[in-house]
Design a protein around this ligand. Sequence first.
Ligand code: COA
Length: 391
Amino acid sequence: MSSDLSIGLHDLSAATTEYVLTHETLAGRTGADVAKYHRGLGQLAMSVPAADEDVVTMAATAARPVLARHGTDRIRTIVLATETGIDQAKAAGIYVHSLLGMPSATRVVELKQACYAGTAALQFAVGLVHRDPERQVLVIATDTSKYDLGSPGESTQGAAAVAMLVGADPALLRVESPSGLFTADVMDFWRPNYRATALVDGQESISAYLQAVEGAWKDYTEQGGRPLDDFHAFCYHQPFTRMAHKAHRHLVQYCGQDADDDGILRAIGRTTSYNAVIGNSYTASMYLGLAALLDSAGDLTGRTIGFLSYGSGSVAEFFGGQVVPGYRSHLRTDLHRAAIRRRQEIDYARYEELHRRSFPVDGSDLAVPRETTGPYRLAGISGHKRLYEPR
Ligand code: COA
């Protein structure tokens, strides 16, 4: 379906955590050659949430500047995508709505399908704006990726949130139709309700991802999508940034073209700088890739960007987006760079302590230590309820 109505990203704002652990520090502990992390995975550091940070505080921190700039008058829906759910029933977005003081005449819902759900949220938002172009939808992708200590996944942890305002006549990026879709029932990565850390079959997840790239692209072309050469750059889901290289190489070869290193780097190189120092932020990862691309030097006006969103389990979607004239005056480059720079580096012992933290499950009270210097914090747990406050 194509439409003359231009709908897409009107604003985009990212936030991450208080702390950072470098892969040099991690290698000092695991005994791995740090080049495996730096070159093999393309990861330099990972964001680590403070004791009083979680997906809600990151989401509110990311969304706050969006509301400060655009107000709340036109927003009637918040769709929050996460696979770091804090409650089986209540949507995390309701806490965010409350922290941000948004009007009661809002619908708030949470979406889940591993790292893909941010894209589902974006596409549902586009549909809602189509129905009423006067309205805007606040989409928030927010996640903390957590694997067992000492497991292969540990080096690909991270945390971040990206808030996106979706509306008509967008200031940043027009989201195009069609989309290419792909679903396959695979067990490459999952997290049963009773676990705080994810289970993953690493090599299976890489091959499932590559199969999904193929499947989503095939459907995209069958739906009448653009040819590969139309795209100036590609934003991939980045569980680790080398995965974007692998995925793009696979796509280019699938399309029968030569996949030389320079060409791959040109297509994806500017999308990896934030993820390389933040780590895997699951639903937010591909949109951090977009933020890095838009924030990097160079005028992308009128350029078409390809997006490949993958969520283990698995669902993938390929779609295009066109960068809108004037986009550069709406970017939040300084905010994003400051969010990365301001993180406090921690040692392995501190990281391990934070990793091992858990909350009471018997209804007892817990006051969470004051650590974050961000605008919102998790103050405590009482009677099985999470208590949030502005800092
Ligand atoms: N110098 C440079 N590169 C090195 C190296 C060194 N000293 N040692 C290893 N490497 C490279 C390997 O060749 C490999 O690259 P390649 O895949 O291009 O061949 C890369 O570093 C990773 O090494 P590997 O032995 O495969 O690492 P691992 O067993 O620790 O597993 C993951 C890597 C990604 C599978 C693991 O971190 C994981 O399970 N992550 C979570 C799930 C995930 O991110 N899935 C992705 C799809 S959603």
